[in-house]
Design a protein around this ligand. Structure first.
Ligand SMILES: [Zn+2]
Length: 356
């Protein structure tokens, strides 16, 4: 099929899903999106009803090489990327960055390590079902944490980093739920940040688990290198009386001078050291499925009610972490403690990680 080149073939955005890019091209040119979609797709080889992109056709109508398009559009890559390294649901990105891309909403499939647009100081992920993003004015430590997060990624790779940061966020949520004398200086910062991101007089409208994640993100990223590093994991596996070095490092990073090992599972860090420091990193429970690209996440009525209940009960000075800990975003790490029978899967580099 010979396809004419579009007059204004704007480039795709980084990590944009192909359906989003084709939708924007159609709107820019006043074309029916379903017609343009049929032009650049064909029935899948298995004979099913689903249509799949033909990269050469998209290249023909945009005048861009397949290689250049695949640099931005993960679905066009050959071989296909390891989808486990991306969040399972496509989502809107930073609205200021997206303003450079004409043609309407830009939907991206972001890698697990992308939480903040550092340029525009906007919290992106995990996004709530309504896709809202959160300005981080007055909270430079959250923006800085994204940069530190990328350094962990460069050092340890995506699978270890994913597990370490998610584990650390869950642990911070659990610490936030402990009584005041058990969670150190960080608690004051969590209460302060929560009062900015979820002002007390607007709790019902401003409350979201995504914002609670932003609140604990700096301490999570401070703790995560310990959970990622082979050296610190070994220190954590020592007998409880011999963990002075590990405990001192936790205390320093949490700004919790009195932090000490507690020989019970009520302390989430001790629990991790006792149970999980020896285990390979976890794989995400949900992995992106291209067949469901165009389904926007939506809150079920039951989830909406639960969300409203949590908003009404939210009080950052008390056990604010409970809403965070119970959120499905943490299901991967939350289930680990209660399921010792998982199988593990091999990574291309020969390391393994758990697959539920
Ligand atoms: Zn931006």
């Amino acid at each position: 099929m010979l396809l004419p080149r579009l007059p204004d073939p704007v480039p795709p955005a980084q990590h944009e899903i192909t359906a989003s890019y084709i939708g924007r091209l159609a709107r820019i040119h006043g074309l029916d999106v379903s017609i343009l979609w049929r032009c650049v797709t064909e029935r899948e080889a298995s004979g099913g009803m689903r249509r799949v992109i033909v990269p050469e056709r998209l290249a023909a109508i945009t005048g861009r090489t397949v290689h250049a398009l695949a640099g931005a559009l993960p679905e066009l890559r050959t071989p296909q990327p390891d989808w486990a390294m991306f969040r399972h649901q496509p989502q809107p990105g930073c609205r200021h960055c997206d303003a450079r891309h004409p043609g309407g909403e830009v939907i991206r499939i972001l890698p697990h390590h992308r939480y903040v647009c550092t340029r525009h100081r906007l919290w992106l992920s995990p996004s709530d079902a309504d896709g809202q993003t959160t300005p981080l004015d007055g909270l430079p430590e959250i923006v800085q944490a994204q940069r530190r997060h990328l350094r962990i990624l460069r050092r340890h790779g995506w699978a270890v980093t994913y597990d370490a940061v998610l584990t650390a966020m869950l642990i911070c949520g659990q610490l936030w739920s402990l009584s005041e004398d058990e969670n150190g200086e960080a608690r004051h910062d969590w209460v302060h940040r929560a009062s900015i991101l979820i002002p007390p007089d607007t709790t019902e409208s401003a409350f979201s688990v995504a914002r609670l994640c932003a609140v604990v993100y700096p301490e999570a990223v401070a703790l995560a290198p310990l959970f990622a590093s082979p050296f610190w994991r070994q220190q954590a596996q020592k007998a409880t009386w011999d963990r002075r070095l590990f405990n001192a490092e936790i205390a320093r990073r949490l700004r919790h001078p009195n932090y000490n090992h507690k020989d019970h599972d009520n302390d989430p860090i001790s629990h991790w050291a006792n149970m999980n420091a020896k285990r390979p990193p976890l794989a995400p429970i949900r992995v992106h499925d291209q067949k469901h690209h165009l389904h926007k996440p939506a809150l079920s009525p039951a989830t909406q009610l639960a969300q409203q209940r949590r908003a009404r009960a939210f009080d950052p000075s008390r056990r604010a972490g409970e809403a965070l800990v119970a959120h499905r975003y943490f299901a991967t790490v939350f289930r680990r403690a209660w399921d010792p029978t998982r199988k593990h899967r091999l990574l291309p580099n020969g390391n393994s990680y758990y697959s539920l």
